[in-house]
Design a protein around this ligand. Structure first.
Ligand SMILES: Cc1cc2nc3c(=O)[nH]c(=O)nc-3n(C[C@H](O)[C@H](O)[C@H](O)COP(=O)(O)O)c2cc1C
Length: 149
């Protein structure tokens, strides 16, 4: 994993984004995100699997539940683990590296561990039975305004 952005500055700049613009992510950025995900690693050992989802691609564009908290997002990333010591720490480490990388690209994110429909995301991301699926984030360009919720 190659962190070639100013990490402290990015931490200070980042905020949770729950309201997204329609604006598509450029294909070179999307490719860079996918290779960053492939390069993720952690000092704890456990393997973290990442699952990306584009609600606009595929034969049936879908709408998945985030209980009205996330608006306008069409891309999501989820992470899964198997139950083993330090797996959640490993997940936290890699997921935070990823949201900071996305922030450096000018993209918003919001950790969602509770307010999403785990079953529908699990189906859409084709997550294997028996995997633990603690977290997802939407990602994309932030809308200018925050919504009331
Ligand atoms: C492990 C974890 C789980 C979270 N789960 C949710 C969630 O289910 N729904 C949500 O709206 N925000 C969730 N958040 C986002 C926090 O509420 C967010 O960090 C908080 O709004 C602080 O905002 P900031 O990131 O702009 O400082 C989660 C954050 C973390 C670290």
């Amino acid at each position: 994993m190659n962190i070639n952005f100013p990490i402290e500055k990015t931490i200070k700049k980042r905020y949770s984004v729950r309201n997204y613009k329609e604006q598509a992510i450029e294909s070179d950025k999307q490719k860079a995100i996918e290779s960053f995900i492939d390069s993720l690693e952690n000092p704890f050992g456990p393997h973290i699997a990442f699952h990306t989802l584009d609600l606009k691609s595929g034969p049936t564009a879908q709408k998945l539940g985030t209980y009205g908290l996330i608006k306008g997002a069409s891309r999501y990333i989820g992470a899964t683990i198997t139950l083993e010591p330090m797996a959640l720490e490993a997940l936290g480490y890699e997921f935070e590296a990823l949201v900071l990388y996305l922030a450096d690209l000018g993209l918003g994110t919001c950790w969602l561990g509770g307010t999403f429909n785990r079953q529908s995301f699990s189906n859409a991301m084709k997550i294997e039975a028996g995997k633990i699926f603690p977290i997802i984030t939407p990602y994309g360009y932030a809308a200018d305004h925050k919504h009331f919720k």
